[in-house]
Ligand binder design. Structure first.
Ligand code: HEC
Ligand code: HEC
Length: 343
């Protein structure tokens, strides 16, 4: 009996040690940051491409209001409903107490590339760093310098509302072992410069896969179904398949995709809505060359059948008609505060 207890104790301690070791925050060493003079214009461009304001600017009225107040005041307060609980997006304005005014560039890089906040706190992937980790150091240094120029706000959003075990940040270290390596996007030398630029914008700052892909129960993207569409975790409608298959947008030309990103108009004379409206509004501010590059990359994705069965899409679409805008939240996706009614 004693021996059994002792064995159990040894196993428990060993388990705790393994958990501790596997969840140690993995960060970027200062020596890895290149000497780079920040380019504020590129920082602003990355801010737009990354859609940071869609989550970090304060919503107009309710916390899930699709519209935001001033997109340059990143005072937080948007609520993201996910299967794990409610995330209340933090203030990332340059205020020293309420925001990230005390963060160094290295702190910022670690949050975006490693999902680690200063002090070694693990960040939840409701903040889509699983995509942002592919951004280059230069782009992140520029982005941080740009954020530093924005107005400070004293707003303190409420804490997240998460149940056990999701409220234990340390456990995220295990998840990060699977999904976070902080590696830059690697261009494919066999592809054109345009396709590589498109891939960078889609897989990095644009974080398109975060909304357009189905996930495992634990929130990781199912790689074999990437971009093949997803259920909306709030139960309103589905995010469409954007691979070039019959189910997806195989019949769209390159120009159709670029035109959608520029104007919000689809080839069948529809206007893009839901959470895509704010993404599109950002895409409209990029250069035409970048929109074409994104279109080229989307068009070159592997063609995949819908990840969400058609029967389910219809039901949801019908319900969607009278659904209020703004419920479009999902783990790691952005809850774009715009229902397109600006147009
Ligand atoms: C916040 C979640 C979200 C993000 C991020 C996102 N999308 Fe979307 N996207 C949607 C939703 C929702 C729709 C459907 C909108 C509608 O039906 O009005 C959509 C629609 C589309 C469509 C039209 C598909 C069709 O069949 O009508 C394209 C193309 C598209 N997205 C491309 C992109 C690209 C490229 C990116 C990255 C730059 C991106 N999306 C990022 C949510 C998102
Ligand atoms: C889909 C919504 C969403 C988008 C888009 C988004 N974030 Fe966040 N962000 C969050 C959430 C939620 C958290 C809180 C994570 C946590 O508490 O672990 C967060 C946390 C952060 C933090 C850590 C703040 C702190 O006090 O610990 C930083 C820094 C940050 N985001 C920067 C950015 C930047 C820069 C962008 C654009 C490139 C961006 N975020 C885009 C949702 C988002």
């Amino acid at each position: 009996m004693r021996r059994a207890l002792l064995a159990l104790l040894v196993v428990a301690v060993a388990g705790a040690v393994v958990f501790y070791v596997l969840t140690i925050p993995r960060t970027v060493p200062a020596s890895e940051l290149p000497a780079h003079k920040p380019d504020l214009a590129n920082g602003e461009y990355m801010f737009t491409a990354g859609g940071c304001a869609e989550c970090h600017a304060t919503p107009e009225k309710k916390c899930n209001d699709p519209k935001t107040q001033d997109k340059h005041v990143l005072s937080g307060g948007r609520c993201l409903k996910t299967p794990f609980g409610v995330f209340n997006v933090p203030n990332i304005s340059p205020d020293k107490e309420a925001g990230i005014g005390n963060w160094s560039t290295l702190d910022f890089v670690n949050a975006l590339k490693r999902g680690i906040a200063p002090g070694g706190e693990h960040l939840y992937p409701a903040f889509p760093y699983t995509s942002y980790q592919r951004m280059t150091y230069a782009d992140l240094i520029d982005l941080k310098a740009y954020l530093d120029t924005l107005p400070a706000s004293k707003n303190v959003p409420p804490p997240h509302e998460l149940g056990f075990p999701f409220n234990i940040r340390r456990g995220l270290g295990l998840w990060q072992l699977l999904y976070v390596d902080g590696k830059d996007f690697v261009p494919d030398p066999k592809q054109s410069a345009e396709l590589n630029r498109g891939a960078y914008l889609v897989m990095g700052p644009g974080h398109c896969a975060e909304c357009h892909s189905s996930r495992y129960l634990w929130g990781g993207i199912i790689k074999s179904e990437e971009f093949a569409g997803a259920r909306n975790p709030e139960g309103k409608g589905t995010v469409p398949n954007i691979t070039p298959s019959d189910d997806g947008i195989g019949d769209w030309s390159l120009n159709d995709i670029s035109y959608l990103l520029e104007t919000g108009n689809t080839p069948d004379f529809d206007v893009i809505g839901e959470s895509m409206a704010a993404v599109q509004e950002n895409m409209a501010k990029l250069t035409a060359a970048d929109r074409d590059a994104i279109a080229a990359f989307i068009k070159a994705l592997p063609a995949r059948p819908d990840a969400v069965p058609k029967s389910e899409q219809k039901k949801k679409d019908a319900k969607d008609e009278d659904a209020a805008p703004g419920g479009d939240t999902k783990t790691g996706g952005s809850k774009e505060p715009d229902d397109g009614s600006d147009y």
